[in-house]
Write a protein that binds this ligand. Sequence first.
Ligand code: NAP
Length: 335
Amino acid sequence: MERIEKQSTQTRTLGRAGIEVSALGFGCWAIGGEWATPDGQPLGWGKVDDEESVRAVRRALDLGVTFFDTADAYGAGHSERVLARALGKRRADVVVATKWGNVVDEERRLLTGNDDSPAYARRALTASLRRLDTDYVDLYQLHLSDADPERGAELRDVCEEFVCEGLIRGYAWSTDDPARAAVFAEGEHCAAVQHRLNVLQDAPELLLLCEESGLASINRSPLAMGLLTGKHTAGRALEAGDIRNAPPAWLPGFTERHGADPEWLARVDALREILTSGGRTLAQGALAWLWARSPRTVPIPGFRSVAQAEENAGAIAEGPLTAGQLAEVDRLLGR
Ligand SMILES: NC(=O)c1ccc[n+]([C@@H]2O[C@H](COP(=O)([O-])OP(=O)(O)OC[C@H]3O[C@@H](n4cnc5c(N)ncnc54)[C@H](OP(=O)(O)O)[C@@H]3O)[C@@H](O)[C@H]2O)c1
């Protein structure tokens, strides 16, 4: 009985595709390193050390993490390459998710546009398979969060073709819009929705859709882009190549060249005691909230070091918050 309980809190199934993953995935955006728009808006998280990224992925594998989320755009292809190198022969033991829709110039490390055409989906998949050094992608995700829903339906059918051809095992739309997610949910091999979810930014409608459609809820920004680790202070600028130092409109919680938003930090402070109770670190408590929020959640925190990999993977053994702690979080946030 105890074993069954342990299994259910430490693994999750990616929707109807039946793909089993560790309850925690690792997000590979930051390890792509620097990339930008042609007019200089940073899109990465600043400089990274590829050797440290490789060590961090391998440490995560040793600690039982079996799910890695990347995108063809991260670091303009670099994240997929680093992940492939780190996984090596262990690729067959893990579930790899990547995304398509953004168009990049690999050489110049630039985002040059986007393309929602079915023909581009096939070209992008071919390129990802090459960079990931694999024959198949486990979970293929549409990265264009606000693409036209009718086009989304076409792309869903294209994904079904990819499944038939053995090129992917399942697919998802990375979007915060329940109506768009519902379009993909109609497909037989749709496995998940990837959407923003963290203790400061709830998403009840998407969680309901996942529940009703039998999909996994893959949680991007589970640490509110680092705010929920407790290491940020107001007024401290981040590195020049870090997107959080020049946050676009869709990235709340950080201010232009002045670091974390004080109002967000106050909310993090209000939660510190409850999230760290029982010996968890703040980041581990934030992940524990996500597992308590729904049995379908799979948080995918980003990482840049072995130390972060160890701390985040260490959250798995601690399991979810209790129902009482979940209610206390809502009370503290006035929800
Ligand atoms: N549209 C999309 O599909 C989309 C959008 C966003 C993200 N994602 C996916 O979601 C993943 C995670 O979301 P996110 O990157 O937005 O942010 P996040 O997971 O909320 O925050 C990750 C960042 O927090 C810091 N951190 C992580 N663990 C830490 C620890 N234990 N101690 C201290 N600091 C720690 C690291 O940054 P520093 O070391 O620099 O502080 C790390 O890069 C991404 O990697 C990507 O795979 C997808």
